[in-house]
Design a protein around this ligand. Structure first.
Ligand SMILES: Cc1cc2nc3c(=O)[nH]c(=O)nc-3n(C[C@H](O)[C@H](O)[C@H](O)COP(=O)(O)OP(=O)(O)OC[C@H]3O[C@@H](n4cnc5c(N)ncnc54)[C@H](O)[C@@H]3O)c2cc1C
Length: 919
């Protein structure tokens, strides 16, 4: 059947129908759970551990009920979750093909619909059971069409209960680890979800090359021509025996404890709707009796599996043959049963799974508190049953219950949605038949708790006694407290953005005024040849000094920001800036003060570079930490918009001065005007910064930060530094070349009129200022990584053709078109990039890390940009040289974004979900 060619159009039509069905049913329901921010970090409402069938349906059901702030984590690679393509060794599913399992009552989501859409109705009728690997294909499709938030390659290592009714989950993947916060955790961890494979103690001490459990990877090719034994009479034992025989085993012994192989499946009735919904209503006594009876009758192996084995003459079924002894005898094993002794080379245990919390590290903290049935329910006479005794005793929505009431209340939010839940809920949390009904019960219970329970903020130390935001009382933006809080928030955000903008304004103004300043502070001596150029060089060197001070300022202020708080660092940085601006505005010229004049300018440049270096890291971290939940993208983008506006303002003012004053008037003092403008603004900003409130997140992080764990935390996200730098490079070339070099380029290379080129650049800048916040807002709704990719690809691809077109026949109109298109793509990238960059780093080292990443990349690609570009033009003789430079920078940004792992991008999709902390 699998050799048939699937009809892609049929599947596409089914997907369209599903979409329509969902639309008609208004599904998924509107998201209704208010987003939570704790310690400045956002909280995921539900983390589902395991993206097998149970995890997927749980996720789909929660989303259907409007709980969209959720994550599904699986340590397996995408498409390899659960047993289906890993250790399941049957050819087809064991259960009937008609089961609607995960479909949640939607016809277009059933396996049958999936199958018929691709192979037609006739093929369906001819089909006996669902091919095993096709079932996996179906689950992959299911996940895709429902767009479930699954993250693969992520292992949940440990779950901690916090004091504020939240879980902290240690997760790892791709060589790094981090912590996320969650309100509910669902363990959809599979058949062995509360323990592991069951192997009899007979194997203790026996070398692993002689045996394996049926759930382990087994190299069956290695068993060709050898003697193989299999223990058990269940489906997996039979399928493993078949695999060994099909691989060419010389002899196969199947050791079965029972005197006969079970033939009647007592469990089939459990799929009936009566049992599915009625089981939960049974008394404990009846639940036990029901399951004890079915378990002891044992599930028979599927007929097809038995036939697969019995077809081989070298297969031997040993009934009533429990293994009494197992010993290594040289290069093989000797198996002793009541019926005889047998030599075998390899033995496979198809002996199932056991509950043993000691095997589940992730639950270590909760294990002593989890109540099992044996803790409260004495087995009825003659019905002792180890499997049932070790079943967790669960509440109405699969939540664990406490052994001692009050000892671990967080268990009420930890849900056991896997096979061991069967005694409490019936078979609703593992097998295909009733998985949707189980997920429905689970999801409704979680919804109830999310709705009714008070917000974690109520008791959170993070709120410092402030009014909590209750889930049943979402933030009322119209009430007085809310309004005041929003105003305070806006003021704080404005303080962060304006400070950064001022630094850029000052930077632009200094660059524009350099030709005037050089003559005033490094006067030209006509008697000395080359003194004119010396003055220019010295002034440019002053400019460069600023750049070299940036990394130093970045490190000092960044570290200060992490240790003493964002507010303190931002205020200090602004104070230093104020001194620098004042020095520049007020310094006497060389004519009045002699050599002291250039020295004061040098000092001002050093201070300015120092403060600019620390500005980006601290104020950007502040901005995003102070932003309301779910709006970090939008708020972060304003950092860039502010920077662009400052550039425009500085450039316009510079141009206005050049037009309004003669060179003599400028030299006589008009050059100081823009610096005075800055000087007037600085005290306002200083005041604004001094009155902002430190974000809760950095406050909490500072409380636990020490020198030692700071350095460890800084080392932790090593590769994120490279990813961050790649993105900063793309941003730097945008600012310094795409934006900052255009006018010079248009005048010098394209020979276009200066003033009109300047206007073009201003129009492009205005377009960018509009696009940047829009992009930021879009990134709050959609995953950031794809947005970054699309904008960078657009940026990269449009550069060459547009500029080749401009150069072929330079005109202002062409330049305008090129700059607007390129400006659009670069602005879209810039609008999304700032928040993405911040989210790459753990909060406790964030401002230091941002300072390092930003300053190193800007120093190389920004500070030397004009030098490189001029050099490239001279070297290549091509007017397109600057474009190549930008393409290199954008290309590096693109590589960085591609290298960003899905879990880094995770914070994009659930912006207030995943928190990176030092582990
Ligand atoms: C061999 C075999 C064949 C079966 N055949 C059938 C059948 O034909 N019909 C039927 O109805 N039922 C069958 N079942 C039973 C049941 O349907 C399957 O076990 C099914 O896979 C259960 O789905 P699940 O989501 O509960 O668990 P799984 O599919 O096992 O998924 C659990 C997932 O959790 C992940 N995980 C676990 N711990 C962590 C962690 N700490 N961090 C991150 N990820 C974690 C695992 O990687 C895994 O992908 C079969 C079971 C087995 C073992």
């Amino acid at each position: 059947m699998t050799t048939m060619t699937p009809d892609a159009a049929g599947l596409a039509a089914l997907e369209a129908r599903l979409k329509q069905d969902l639309a008609w049913l208004e599904l998924p329901a509107k998201s209704w759970v208010p987003r939570r921010l704790v310690d400045g970090e956002s909280v995921v409402d539900v983390v589902i551990v395991g993206a097998g069938m149970a995890g997927l349906v749980a996720s789909a059901m929660l989303r259907r009920l409007g709980v969209d702030n959720q994550l599904v984590l699986d340590r397996a690679r995408a498409g390899e979750e659960g047993p289906w393509v890993t250790f399941a060794r049957m050819r087809t599913l064991r259960s009937p093909k008609e089961l609607t399992g995960p479909a949640m009552g939607m016809p277009a989501l059933t396996f049958r619909a999936f199958y018929e859409a691709q192979y037609g109705r006739q093929a369906w009728q001819a089909l006996d059971r669902a091919p095993r690997t096709m079932w996996m294909d179906y689950l992959i499709w299911y996940r895709k069409v429902l767009d479930l938030p699954v993250r693969n390659g992520v292992s949940v290592e440990r779950i901690h209960a916090r004091t504020d009714e939240l879980f902290a989950l240690d997760i790892s993947g791709g060589g790094t680890s981090r912590q996320i916060l969650a309100r509910h955790v669902v363990l959809a961890t599979g058949r062995d979800g509360l323990g592991g494979a069951y192997v009899p103690s007979l194997c203790d001490g026996i070398d692993r090359r002689f045996w394996a459990h049926s759930s382990a990877p087994i190299d069956f090719e290695r068993l060709r021509g050898r003697r193989v034994a299999v223990v058990g009479a269940g489906a997996s034992a039979m399928d493993n025996a078949a695999m060994a025989l099909e691989a060419g085993a010389a002899r196969l012994d199947l050791f079965i404890r029972r005197a006969d192989i079970p033939r009647v499946n007592k469990f089939t009735g459990i799929g009936s709707q009566g049992v599915v919904h009625g089981f939960a209503g049974l008394s404990d006594d009846w639940k036990w009796r029901f399951l004890d009876h079915t378990l002891k009758a044992q599930t028979p192996p599927p007929r097809q599996s038995v036939l697969r084995v019995s077809a081989y003459p070298q297969a031997h079924f040993h009934l009533a043959s429990p293994i009494d002894d197992l010993v290594v005898a040289g290069d093989h094993l000797t198996v002793t049963t009541p019926k005889g002794r047998y030599a075998t080379d390899f033995i496979i245990f198809g002996t199932g799974f056991k509950v043993d919390l000691a095997l589940r590290d992730e639950l270590a903290e909760f294990a002593p508190h989890i109540r099992f049935w044996c803790d409260r329910f004495p087995a009825p006479d003659g019905m002792d049953n180890a499997e049932l005794e070790n079943s967790p005793d669960l509440g109405d929505s699969f939540q664990f219950l406490e052994k001692e009431p009050g000892a671990c209340p967080m268990l009420a939010r930890l849900h056991c949605f896997n096979y061991p839940a069967t005694l409490s809920h019936g078979k609703l949390s593992g097998d295909i038949p009733a998985i949707s009904e189980g997920a429905d019960r689970l999801a409704r219970g979680i919804v109830r708790r999310l709705f009714v329970r008070p917000s974690p903020r109520r008791n959170s130390p993070a709120t410092n006694g402030r009014m909590p935001t209750s889930p049943i009382n979402p933030p009322n933006r119209r009430n007085r407290t809310g309004k005041r809080e929003m105003q305070t928030n806006r003021k704080a955000i404005a303080a962060a953005i304006a400070g950064n903008a001022l630094e850029w304004y000052d930077f632009t103004v200094f660059a524009l005024m350099t030709p005037v300043i050089k003559n005033l502070f490094f006067p030209v001596d006509p008697k000395i040849s080359g003194s004119e150029i010396n003055a220019l060089l010295l002034t440019t060197a002053l400019f460069g000094t600023g750049f070299f001070m940036r990394p130093i300022g970045g490190l000092v202020l960044g570290y200060f920001g992490d240790r003493k708080g964002r507010k303190a660092a931002m205020t200090l940085g602004m104070g230093i800036m104020a001194v620098s601006v004042a020095l520049l505005a007020l310094t006497p010229t060389y004519a009045t003060a002699g050599i002291a004049a250039p020295l004061i300018v040098l000092l001002a440049r050093l201070l300015q570079g120092f403060s600019v270096g620390g500005e980006f890291g601290t104020s950007t971290a502040y901005l995003i930490e102070a932003a309301p939940p779910g709006r970090t993208g939008f708020y972060g983008s304003w950092q860039i918009a502010g920077q662009l506006m400052a550039n425009v303002l500085g450039a316009v003012l510079g141009a206005a001065l050049t037009l309004a004053f003669t060179p003599e008037q400028l030299a006589a003092g008009a050059w100081r005007i823009p610096f005075f403008v800055g000087l007037v603004i600085v005290p306002i900003l200083l005041y604004m910064r001094a009155s902002v409130i430190e974000p809760e997140a950095s406050r909490r992080s500072m409380a636990t930060l020490h020198k030692d764990n700071f350095i460890a935390a800084l080392k932790n996200p090593g590769r994120n530094f490279l990813i961050g730098m790649g993105m900063v490079v793309a941003s730097a070339v945008s600012f310094y070349v795409t934006f900052g070099y255009t006018v010079t380029y248009a005048k010098e290379v394209l020979k276009l009129p200066l003033m009109q080129s300047f206007l073009v650049q201003m129009i492009a800048a205005i377009v960018m200022v509009i696009v940047v916040p829009i992009a930021g807002a879009v990134s709050d709704r959609y995953p950031r990584r794809p947005l970054l990719l699309v904008s960078l690809i657009g940026y990269f691809v449009s550069l060459y053709p547009l500029y080749a077109w401009v150069i072929s026949e330079p005109s202002i109109a062409r330049l305008l078109v090129a700059q607007i298109v390129i400006g659009f793509f670069s602005a879209f990238f810039l609008g999304v990039y700032c928040t993405t960059l911040v989210e790459l780093f753990p909060i406790r080292v964030r401002s230091t890390a941002l300072a390092i990443v930003n300053n190193v990349a800007v120093l190389v690609f920004g500070g030397f940009a004009q030098f490189f570009v001029t050099w490239l033009i001279a070297l290549t003789g091509s007017p397109l040289a600057p474009i190549f430079y930008v393409m290199i920078g954008v290309g590096l940004g693109l590589i960085a974004v591609i290298a960003m792992r899905p879990e880094d991008a995770e914070r994009e999709q659930v912006p207030d979900g995943v928190v990176e902390q030092a582990s």
